[in-house]
Write a protein that binds this ligand. Sequence first.
Ligand code: FRU
Length: 498
Amino acid sequence: MISEKLQKARDFEAQYQKYADEERPLFHVTGGIGWINDPNGFSVYKGEYHLFFQYHPYDTVWGPMHWGHVKTKDFIKWERLPVALAPDAEADRNGCFSGSALELPDGRQLLMYTGVYHVRRTDGIREEFQHQCLAIGDGIDYEKYEDNPVLDASDIPDDASPLDFRDPKIWYDEEENMYYVVVGNRAADGSGSILLFESSDAFHWNFVSVLDACYNDYGRMWECPDFFPLDGKQVLITSPQEMKPVGLEFHAGYGTVALLGSYDKESRRFTRKHVQAIDYGIDFYAPQTLLAPDGRRIMIAWMQNWTTTGCKKQNCRIMGSMTLPRELTIKNNRLIQNPVRELANYHGRKVFYENVLINKEVNLNGIRGRHIDMTVDIRPVDDRSLYSWFKLNLAKDGEHCAVIRYKPNCNTVRIDRTRCGSSFDIVHVRDFLVRPSGGKIRLRVVMDGNSVEIFVNDGEQAATFLLYLDDLRADCISFETEGGSVFMDIEKYDIVID
Ligand code: FRU
């Protein structure tokens, strides 16, 4: 049964989404119309990849949360599907917050999400309660489960919070024939913790353990957890609120962290050994992964940051998009990210140069564009003299320029979008550390209109940021050094989506 609220959202989307087409990037997911945030339910269903997302179709600001819906066969070309969930039930009357999805053995698709409801206290304060709900469907239409919520305050430890209890990420463990879910929570010290629950049928759940907790070390509330094995390690990812900066690793505000360690299935204990930021750019939050049938662990994230969402063009019709899905691996105890390999199927014209000497600002024939996949390899001309910096200038015209600068002496890369169309006084510059390499570096840059995603040294670091340029004419690219020269190889493809 489609509720009036859901039908209204579907009709609204159908009526207005075409007007937003001119604002859309080529190959990154956007909402039909209005606002989107976190990716939800990123999963495989009947051989296709489904992605849902936090959605408020009626405005370009956050509001009562629905779930929007798209699917794809290759992570690049997406098909829009009707709105999947509206906040139309008692258990989610104030919002269907983030969650996840899987295919049940009987062929139905299960969505697990956070239902939100508000309660007015006698002293006038409004409190928001969060609990976990289910919806079951066929890949297009979903029925809310009659016994929602399936996890609420009565299922969590005494010192856990029923107010901050959200973002369930569900999976099925084949060996154990059990379903598991991790949910973000806030412990007694006010900082984040990740709760683990289990179920034999995905409908009836029991608390298992506190998998890990923040102890005020990495931000406060831990949102949007995900938990999976990868290359012999166990990975817990989460998006902390209220992070404090630590060197160049973590910046203030909304961050993302990957905790790498081991998981003992017997005791259900996760032992954390390494902690790192996931993305070192500006616009990246709430990542979620899926396991593809070919064994790849693929991650997608909201290409935004809560602190900058007010900084948008007047009268825009859509606000928010997703990152390019990224393949994850682990190397030398680091999470490695690279664009999904399917991107290569959309490579258009190739432009290739080898051993280009860069000792001043250089433009190269055929190297320009705003929808590109470009890899640049830099090496010093000789071992004795290290250059001061190398710059890759993107989206250039007389006035604008996005800069990626590598400083070999400090082992840092800087992204700088100060001159990229924004008139807001927000973060435009960020530095991050890369592996020392005697001045050699590989930078892969994927641009899609107003987004830039950088992958350093085959994905050892990733950095994502948005530009605020009005049109695509700012498309020049140049290369520059100071204090020495480099040799550069470059391979550049236009991305062409038919
Ligand atoms: C993260 C988040 C989630 C929540 C959702 C609400 O960006 O705050 O914790 O479920 O957004 O839209």
